[in-house]
Structures are given as C-alpha cells and as structure tokens.
Design a protein. Sequence first.
Length: 293
Amino acid sequence: MTQRSERVLVTGAGGFIGHHLVSYLKQRGYWVRGVDRKYPEFTPVDADEFQIADLRRWDDCLLAAGGIDHVYALAADMGGMGFISSNHATILRNNALINLHTLEAARLQGASRYFYSSSACIYPDYRQTEQDITPLKEEDAYPADPQDAYGWEKLLSERLMGYYGDEFGMQTRVARFHNIGNDPRITTVGRYLRRFSIDELPQLLNIFKGEMSLVGPRPLPAEQVAANLELLGPRHEVPAGMTGWWQINGRSEVTPEEALHLDQFYIENWSLTLDLYIVLKTFGAVLRREGAY
C-alpha cells in the first residue's frame, strides 16, 4: 500500500457509513481524522486521530478542519424515526449550523476538496410516493418542494456547496443517498431471504432468551430514543416484537411518522386478541411479500 500525502477529515465518523469510510480511506493510504459526538459502537477506531466534538460549534469545526486537505462531510442530526417528522426547527437549525460551520472552517483551514452527503429527501414529495418510477435526475429537485425541514436543509446545503466552488475555487461534490427498493447490490439469495422475511428468523433466539416478544413495536437504537425520549420512550415500555401492527400495515412502505403512530396504536390497544390477529396477518403479509425489499 502506497502512503499518500493528503490528510482527510471524515465527519460523522462514529456512524455506520462514516466508520466504514474511515477504514476504506485508511486502506488506500490516507491519513484520516474522524470526528463525531461518539465513538463507533461495534468496531475499533481505525482513524489515525479521532476527535469527540460538537460540529454545531464554530470552535470545534475549526479544530476539526486544522491541517486537512480533503473533507468528507457525513455529520448530521437525524434522530431516527419520529424525530425528523416532529422536530423541524431543531433539525433545520442543528444541521444548518453543522454544514455552515464545517464548510467555512474547511475553507479557512485550506482544504481543497469537500464532499457533502445529501439525501433524496431533497426531491419533491410527489416524486417519492411510488417505487416504480422513472429514475430521478439531478434537475428533478426543482421546482423545490423537499420533504420536511430535513430536505430543505439538505437542499440549502447543496446550493451552498456550489456557491463555495464558484466563489472560492473549492472542489465540492454532492451525493444524494436514497433507500432503494430494488437494490442492485443484493444477491439473488439475499433478495429471496428478504422477500419472505427469512432474515428475521434469527430473532427467534432473542424471543427464547426473553429479550424480545413475538409481537410488539420494532426496536430502535438506544441513542435515537435518548435523543427524543418524550416521543419515543413509550415504545420501549413494552418488549420489542419480531412482528407487530406496523409490519402488517405496510412495513417498509410506511413513513417514519406513520410507523410511530402504528406502534403507539398497538401499545394503547394491546390485547391477546390483537396479538393473535397480528400473528395471523403476518403469515399473509409474508406470503404476499408486502412491503419487504
């Protein structure tokens, strides 16, 4: 492996994509600094240097960008299911601060390249209601009508990247990530496992160990619940379930806000009869492959 001279900053390096990106860059010979509010949970830190920082703060951004040539900006305040759809001001404020401060700090510290991780949420809602549509193009983002504050913030930041390139000569790049229904990376065997929910079967071990229930709300990562305890806390007052009201009412096809309301309905209306009904409906949903991709 050839050691490269460029020094790289990855923000959001404590997350799933971020820490894999750090490892990828290290394997290709870059010196890498990772920055996040937390360390990676399930893997050792591969970065040459890892800073715990709050990138909403200007001083933290200046420190993070010091001596850096290339920036991969993945940091964002998302909060998980229910948070994006009910905390618009917080989402817009926090992410705008993160992106404005990180980009300007990178410019002042002499970074020559800047990659920004955007989202398909910038596309108008009416272009995201069906799976079987013409593939989206860059220009389809306009006329602008993004999905909630998260989409508006991403779209604003995309424009800012372009302006910084024009005015200051920075090489800026943007990628819009999207959860897709027909992921080309999934093998034929993997697609079969997903379609018929066979990949869910290992959760039976969690049920036998008393860690889960057969029926209940879907579990969420602890940090998502902690970030919005008042809204998401009640979902964890009952055991998480392998199947539930959400699963038989759309699964992956429902929005985060709809999924939250479906789980709340189950908790507030629980009965043995409802559990039996959900179990029976689950078999039908699996056989019809509804919402599974």
